[in-house]
Design a protein around this ligand. Structure first.
Ligand SMILES: [Zn+2]
Length: 433
């Protein structure tokens, strides 16, 4: 794999990938999911005067205010390599050649993490970490919870835009709505626009690696003096095999553990991954988000317009289950068990995000009248059997880099308390019966 960044006018970085012989359009994401490449070029547009956006960031960093006529500022070559790798990794077999020499330290992280020979290696020092922690902010409940826990941290929002060579058949995806909601938080918001999701021909437009959502944050890290990126991954995604994994304890999660290949690569670029809510469940992140000043800007549905979430998709159904559970109220949904989006809950477990299905079934009074009635029958969860999902898993806090750990640990202690030995055992035996 060969990759090259070109700085274009308008604050745009263009990335071009060239496959080596032996590489092809079929790739594999770190989580094992197959992906297929559609084209060889993508773009990341950084706002003008990055790092110069104040608390009223809406006006100075919005999508329309990119620096017309000016290329983006240069960044440490290790940052450019890292950002490229979040895009190119699925298709790289044995070797990656960057267009600028990287540090020996970064090359070592490629070798130890992927067995990939990365270069050319120059004589330059690795990037020194900056002082600020930015939040990779999607606007969903998990990242809003992180924003609430770190009230002074700047938010960096990735906005999908169209690709010049790939038709967009996913026009229902309202990235404009999500970006506007991010701006409405009143926080220091930087919006990065990119078409990199259209590199995927299948399964659909999306991040080549989950980490590609941070491409803009990585490219801005020098300009914004960043020493870490905080993400909204909660205990399910980090420790319980969430996302595309199903139902197993994942201490060595290759995407998000501090000691995994990605964790070490980001750290080598002076930008360690930080998971402030990695020890608490999705129900607790939703409780934090909806109890915060960001409540009106939280949006997990990608289909709804300015008026609100669509209420018809699988994600809306799942999130309504969680919200009803934390509010200890009946579930309110027009979706019935015979709808396609509810089909998987008619099957026996295991389920993705099963801990939240258990939590919902344990706490929702009318569960037998919902599309989760059958799942509830299989799972037989109770408030007691799910109480561990209201407390914080201590190893998740220990994994946070020392300089950010104290403040986050204090919030975990105050708002949730830490799991006891029995709770910890539930986490560490998850999926292992
Ligand atoms: Zn929806």
């Amino acid at each position: 794999m060969r990759v090259a960044w070109t700085a274009l006018d308008g604050g745009v970085w263009r990335l071009r990938m060239r496959l080596d012989s032996g590489e092809d359009l079929a790739g594999t994401v770190t989580d094992g999911h197959p992906v297929e490449l559609a084209t060889d070029t993508c773009h990341v547009r950084l706002p003008a005067r990055a790092g110069d956006v104040g608390p009223s960031g809406a006006g100075s960093s919005g999508a329309g205010s990119s620096g017309a006529g000016t290329p983006p500022g240069e960044a440490h070559p290790d940052l450019l390599a890292l950002a490229a790798w979040t895009v190119a990794a699925p298709w790289t077999r044995h070797r990656v050649v960057f267009d600028r020499p990287i540090s020996a330290e970064l090359a070592a992280a490629f070798e130890s993490g992927w067995g990939v020979e990365a270069g050319p290696v120059g004589g330059g020092p690795p990037r020194a970490a900056g002082d600020r922690l930015a939040i990779s902010y999607s606007g969903g409940a998990d990242s809003a919870a992180v924003a609430a826990i770190l009230p002074d941290a700047p938010l960096i929002h990735f906005r999908r835009v169209g690709h010049p060579r790939v038709p967009n058949r996913w026009t229902h995806y309202r990235s404009d709505v999500l970006a506007a909601l991010a701006n409405d938080t009143g926080r220091d918001v930087t919006i990065v626009e990119s078409d990199l999701e259209f590199l995927l021909r299948s399964p659909r437009p999306g991040y080549p690696e989950h980490h590609a959502v941070m491409a803009g944050a990585v490219l801005l890290a020098d300009a914004m003096d960043l020493g870490g990126v905080a993400l909204g991954y909660e205990i399910g995604s980090r420790w319980l095999g969430g996302g595309r994994y199903v139902h197993r304890y994942t201490p060595d999660n290759p995407m998000w553990s501090g000691h995994g290949p990605w964790g070490r690569l980001f750290a080598a670029a002076g930008l360690p991954l930080v998971l402030p809510v990695g020890g608490i469940s999705e129900a607790m992140t939703m409780r934090v988000a909806l109890g915060s000043g960001l409540r009106d800007q939280v949006r997990w549905c990608l289909r709804g317009d300015g008026a609100g979430p669509c209420g018809r998709c699988g994600k809306c159904l799942y999130k309504e289950l969680i919200q009803a559970a934390i509010e200890r109220r009946p579930m309110s949904t027009a979706i019935t068990a015979d709808r396609p989006v509810a089909r998987k809950w008619q099957q026996p477990p295991p389920y993705g995000g099963q801990e939240m299905i258990e939590y919902g079934c344990a706490h929702i009074p009318n569960i037998d009248d919902t599309p989760f009635a059958r799942a509830a029958g299989y799972l037989r969860a109770t408030p007691e059997s799910t109480a561990w999902l209201e407390r914080c898993y201590p190893p998740a806090v220990e994994e946070i880099p020392a300089r950010w750990r104290g403040a986050i640990a204090a919030v975990m202690e105050r708002d949730f308390g830490f799991m006891d030995a029995d709770d910890v055992k539930r986490v560490e035996s998850w999926g292992g019966r």
